[in-house]
Design a protein around this ligand. Structure first.
Ligand SMILES: [Zn+2]
Length: 184
C-alpha cells in the first residue's frame, strides 16, 4: 500500500519538521483509532455540507445540522428502508439501513437529501411538482455528479506518494524563520 505510513516515512517527517518520531507515532495511532472509523460512516459528505450551508442561509440559523444515522431498528423489515425527519431551523436527520451495499446506500441517502432540497432549497419549487419522483431524480443527478468527481476531477487532488505529500507540506513551511506560512 503506497499510502500506509511506514517507519521510513516517520523518520523523514521527523527530520523534515524537526519533531520526535514518538509524537508522530502517537498522532498516527490516534488518527487510526478515533478518526478513520468516523470517516467510514460519512456518506456524500460534500453534498451534505453544501446543503447544510444552504439550509443555514435560508433558515437564518447557524445551528441547522444534517445528520446521517444508521436505522435504530435492526429488524429485517427495516433492512431496505431509508427515512428522514425534519425539524424546521434545527435538524434534518436521515436514517439508513446499516447493512447495505455502499453504492445502494448512497443512492438512498441522496434521495432523502432530495426531500430537504425540495422542501427548503429548490428555487423553483412552486412551478414543479412530484415529490417522491423528484427526490429520486435529485438522487440520480447527485450520484452522477459524485461519480464524475471520483472518476475525473478527483485526480488533481491525488498525490503520487507519501514523499510527495511531505514535499508539498514542507514547501509551505518557512523553516528558515521557524514559522509556518499557513495556519498558526
Ligand atoms: Zn422519499
Amino acid at each position: 500500500m503506497p499510502f500506509s505510513i511506514n517507519n521510513d516515512d516517520i523518520k523523514r517527517m521527523a527530520e523534515c519538521f524537526n519533531i520526535e518520531t514518538e509524537s508522530i507515532k502517537i498522532l498516527i495511532d490516534d488518527f487510526n483509532k478515533n478518526i478513520k472509523e468516523k470517516i467510514s460512516l460519512e456518506f456524500l459528505s460534500h453534498m451534505v455540507s453544501a446543503l447544510e450551508k444552504m439550509a443555514r442561509e435560508v433558515t437564518g440559523t447557524d445551528l441547522f445540522v444534517i445528520e446521517l444515522k444508521p436505522h435504530p431498528e435492526k429488524k429485517k423489515e427495516f433492512s431496505n428502508i431509508f427515512s428522514s425527519k425534519y425539524s424546521p431551523k434545527r435538524f434534518f436527520t436521515i436514517y439508513y439501513p446499516e447493512d447495505m451495499e455502499p453504492k445502494q446506500k448512497r443512492v438512498g441517502i441522496a434521495h432523502e437529501l432530495g426531500h430537504l432540497y425540495l422542501l427548503l432549497l429548490l428555487e423553483h419549487s412552486d412551478i414543479i411538482n412530484g415529490d417522491e419522483a423528484l427526490c429520486s431524480i435529485f438522487s440520480i443527478i447527485t450520484i452522477a455528479d459524485r461519480c464524475q468527481f471520483y472518476k475525473k476531477e478527483s485526480k488533481k487532488y491525488i498525490h503520487s506518494s507519501i514523499q510527495s505529500i511531505i514535499k508539498d507540506m514542507s514547501l509551505l513551511h518557512n523553516t528558515k524563520q521557524g514559522k509556518y506560512n499557513i495556519s498558526n
